[in-house]
Design a protein around this ligand. Sequence first.
Ligand code: COA
Length: 169
Amino acid sequence: MPIGSPSIRPRRDEDIDACVRLLELTHQGDGYPVRWPTDARAWVAGGDDLVAAWVAEEAGAVVGHVALRHPRGEAVATWEAGTGLAGEQLGVVCRLFVHPSHRRDGLGRDLLRAAARESARQGLKPVLDVLTKNRGAVRLYQEEGWQAIGDFMFHLPDGCAEPARAYTL
Ligand SMILES: CC(C)(COP(=O)(O)OP(=O)(O)OC[C@H]1O[C@@H](n2cnc3c(N)ncnc32)[C@H](O)[C@@H]1OP(=O)(O)O)[C@@H](O)C(=O)NCCC(=O)NCCS
């Protein structure tokens, strides 16, 4: 690996503030997440649902993030129907975001693979969901061999809804 190139490592508690700052940039630039969470630290940290999380780090700075969690929310029915598995058998890859100035360098792919690998290691079938308007992410998942297993409407706290797609690997 060339000196100075980003590396993927497990997230530590002290990374959370940097992850929230990175999420702010992503929210402003990409509209992800669509609505800023009421408690952004908790949204990133993951709470009881969290299985594991990773960051991409370059020169001591967090430039990417992904998490693996247990399933929850309105995508669960689509994941269960699409995989034929119960929720307890699924690992949800989520909270994937990369610093705008580090895009198209393979970091999103590496983070996605780290989470999928850990999911499989724990005997959990990897699944994820994405708003269909997030075309870069959709393209990444397709390029990585994830298969679409169903569409659903993702409801936002303010009552709006966005078309979303569920995937499995
Ligand atoms: C989606 C995201 C994580 C991708 O991160 P990234 O580090 O730029 O992705 P990678 O460099 O690993 O891309 C790997 C491949 O995915 C595809 N891809 C990634 N971003 C793409 C884009 N914007 N447009 C088209 N294809 C894209 C390409 O095939 C790419 O390979 P290539 O660069 O050799 O053509 C990043 O764009 C991001 O943070 N977006 C905002 C947050 C978001 O939408 N998160 C997903 C929520 S479900």
